[in-house]
Write a protein that binds this ligand. Structure first.
Ligand SMILES: O=C[C@H](O)COP(=O)(O)O
Length: 271
């Protein structure tokens, strides 16, 4: 096991920006251009720390053109996908369409999908299946609400979501899976789980993946933390040995701030 402070990572860290329902396609292009310039100026090594953005569906074609046209190393994904591939599903978006737009990732089961749209673990599992069918890497989001946290039931609750969302899926299909732990009470609220909380849950998730699959799979799977991550707290949060990156909401809408988050190593090394 290597530690982050000696300059080595067990897994390639991933800093992901979820724009949520912000940024039309013109704004999205301006944001992505600024992010790319800022990271280029900082000589960011994308092989060392991967950077991804999750724009709204309507931005994805423009994002694809910019990334391809300018040869950017930033990757991108969709905020959701349908569990179906085509047909009479008004308003839904097929993984097939997302694959045509060269998306790398698809978020599945973000807490805002689970709460606002009442998505169940079973639906999340079907969406993961759909992502896999179209060679999109699923980023499964799980995490407890305030009640579970306050009652001390947060680990049990979150691991149940993990098991429910992965039920019947095998290790081979899930290769590359990313899990994002997002305590709902810390999303967009300014409340941040402490580094110990993030590490506690990431370690529990990894242990559970080891039980469900193999130890190799568990060790290879990246586990991110999400919830009010900023440049001022990212280094602490990512200090935990099982926390492999961040899923960033609000702070990803500011190119300079998000670039600083992606450059978290600078903070780690100066600590
Ligand atoms: O997908 C991102 C998470 O919901 C975190 O959002 P936030 O950074 O605005 O709290």
């Amino acid at each position: 096991m290597t530690s982050k402070t000696d300059g080595n990572f067990d897994r390639t860290p991933l800093i992901a920006g979820n724009w949520k329902m912000n940024m039309d396609h013109a704004q999205g292009i301006a944001l992505l251009q600024k992010l790319a310039w800022t990271l280029k100026d900082a000589k960011h090594d994308f092989q060392r720390v991967e950077v991804a953005v999750f724009p709204p569906f309507t931005d994805l074609r423009s994002v694809q053109s910019l990334v391809e046209g300018d040869g950017l190393q930033i990757v991108y994904g969709a905020q959701d996908l349908s569990d179906q591939d085509s047909g009479a599903y008004t308003g839904d978006i097929s993984g097939e369409f997302l694959a045509k737009l060269d998306c790398t990732y698809a978020l599945v089961g973000h807490s805002e999908r689970r709460t606002v749209h009442h998505e169940s673990d079973e639906q999340c599992r079907d969406k993961i299946r759909a992502a896999i069918r179209h060679k999109l890497t699923p980023m499964l989001c799980i995490g407890e609400g305030l009640d579970e946290r306050q009652s001390g039931n947060h680990v049990t609750f979150t691991l149940e979501q993990l098991r429910g969302s992965l039920a019947d899926l095998n290790e081979k299909e899930l290769e590359g899976l990313v899990v994002a732990y997002e305590p709902v009470w810390a999303i967009g609220t300014g409340e941040v789980a402490g580094p110990e909380d993030a590490q506690e849950m990431a370690a529990a998730i990894r242990e559970e993946l080891g039980k469900l699959y193999s130890e190799d799979f568990a060790q290879a799977t990246r586990i991110l933390y999400g919830g009010s991550v900023k440049s001022s707290n990212v280094a602490n949060i990512l200090g935990g040995s099982d926390v492999d990156g961040a899923l960033v909401g609000g702070a990803s809408l500011d190119a300079e701030e998000f670039a600083k988050i992606a450059r978290f190593e600078q903070h780690l090394l100066s600590n």
